[in-house]
Design a protein around this ligand. Structure first.
Ligand code: DMJ
Length: 468
């Protein structure tokens, strides 16, 4: 397939006209809101380049850069770089029209990348980061080598599913031998594959990827309680729960629920939609509560609904956009505004809070993208400038606190002044934070903001438009 026909085949009908970002809302009421400047997209793209140039200078070809020390590390297997940051950046480079960097990245992949590695790869991370990254790169460029590598890696990962007695994936696969290990993953590791596998099945015409994802989901959902709540960890060999706590939409179950909605929204799978509705209805009934005017999800016993805890992970802050997309707009807006209350207190969100006090219970920040992921989707769902304004607020907090001479870094403590910095730029920063921000403000001619779908790792699996 040519690139143009791949895009046409995957884009839903009826929405190719470029639609605007924030700057098209020039007359919109922004009373009481910080109004982002007309140069917002340019500033964000420059900051992406600041991080990218640090990676190119100190870590090119390695997985992740440590911008403070000017060193690097590998994400999956020590001593086995796969250029993870390059893979994660591909479709961001495309929508930002950084074509020379995109060409250099594709060339590096063509010349260097091989998955015949005698080491254990984390299946969940490999799917969302590498399968998704290469797939989005293929959708952006039409490069057949990117597709061939996507297929090669996915086929090496499939034993995690096919060797499992239940069809729910093991956590690790040795990419050279196919040996599997890790028999008790959390739900996110069981369910977060249907989007990448579903698109790969469409592109290749081979249904085995999508079917593996559906089999895993079906096996897990069969284990729901009589209340339609789920635990956290399942043994993939016996099908037994290893715990009793429903902590959705927090990690490590977050994207299990996200991808159920995506199975419908991206792939049109009605069973995924029905499973989402079943579980989300129960979650809303048993877990949602209000504290000091903010809306949160408590942790509950999945058999009884009894209270277990009142912590909230920053990683759950994406959830408002799933609620907004799935017909739960008021709850989604309330949840986003609750996280905005935390952002008003800490310019960079802490990893975890006690929501009864909004105090940080885990004070670092791993350069997290989830809040601005929600800003991005809710902005295009509603065209409410509140979401663009708060996205800009997030960007300013990030730029003021996480920027270093050679890029951006994780933060070890957001509660100190100045914030205590770490020394790592996680590869997902090239896929997520800057992309969400840029697309809100850029009116990119390569992105269809009226009909798109991004994976949990920010990969544009629907919505890329051909370069003109
Ligand atoms: C990313 O790898 C993905 O967003 C994943 O779903 C969980 N969160 C990290 C970034 O925080």
């Amino acid at each position: 397939m040519t690139r143009r026909s791949v895009l046409s085949a995957l884009l839903a009908a009826g929405g190719l006209a470029a639609t605007g970002g924030f700057n098209d809302l020039a007359g919109a009421a922004t009373v009481g809101l910080v109004r982002p400047p007309a140069t917002a997209a340019t500033q964000i793209r420059n900051e992406f380049l600041h991080a990218w140039n640090g990676y190119k200078q100190f870590a090119w070809g390695h997985d992740e850069v440590h911008p403070v020390s000017g060193t690097f590390s590998e994400f999956f297997v020590p001593g086995h770089p796969i250029g993870l940051s390059i893979i994660e950046a591909l479709d961001t480079l495309y929508v930002m029209e950084l074509d020379a960097d995109l060409a250099a990245s594709v060339a590096w992949i063509e010349q260097n990348l091989s998955f015949d590695i005698d080491g254990n790869f984390h299946v969940f991370e490999a799917i969302i980061r590498v399968v998704g990254g290469l797939l989005a790169g293929y959708l952006a460029t039409g490069n057949q080598k990117l597709l061939a590598l996507t297929v090669d890696l996915t086929d090496r990962l499939l034993p995690a599913f096919t060797k499992s007695p239940t069809g729910m994936p093991y956590q690790f696969v040795n990419l050279h031998t196919g040996a599997v290990s890790g028999n008790t993953p959390p739900l996110a590791e069981i369910g977060t594959n249907i989007l990448e596998f579903g698109i790969l099945s469409k592109v290749t015409g081979d249904p085995k990827y999508f079917q593996a994802a559906k089999t895993a989901y079906r096996a897990a959902i069969a284990k729901r309680s009589s209340l339609n709540l789920m635990g956290t960890f399942l043994n993939v060999e016996t099908g037994a729960w290893a715990d009793t706590t429903d902590q959705a939409p927090n990690p490590p179950v977050d994207s299990f629920y996200e991808y159920l909605w995506g199975g419908w929204a991206l792939l049109g799978d009605q069973e995924s939609r029905d499973w989402f509705t079943l579980l989300n209805t129960a979650l809303t009934k048993f877990s949602v509560e209000t504290f000091h005017g903010n809306t949160w999800y408590k942790q509950v016993n999945f058999m009884t609904g009894a209270l277990v805890g009142r912590r909230q992970s920053e990683l759950a802050s994406f959830w408002g956009e799933i609620l907004g997309a799935s017909g739960n707009a008021a709850l989604g807006a309330a949840y986003y505004r609750s996280w905005t209350a935390v952002l008003n207190r800490f310019p960079v969100l802490p990893e975890e809070i006690d929501y009864t006090t909004l105090a940080a219970t885990s004070a670092g920040n791993q350069f997290r993208p989830e809040y601005v992921n929600a800003s991005f989707d809710l902005f295009f769902q509603t065209h409410d400038p509140f979401y663009a304004s708060t996205a800009w607020q997030y960007f300013q907090g990030m730029r003021a606190n996480a920027r270093v001479t050679n890029g951006y870094t994780i933060i070890n403590d957001v509660t100190t002044s100045p914030m205590r910095l770490g020394d790592l730029f996680p590869a997902y920063g090239f896929a997520e934070n800057f992309k969400y921000l840029y697309l809100i403000f850029a009116n990119s001619p390569r992105f269809n903001s009226s009909d798109f779908y991004l994976s949990t790792e920010g990969k544009v699996l629907r919505g890329l438009l051909p370069a003109r």
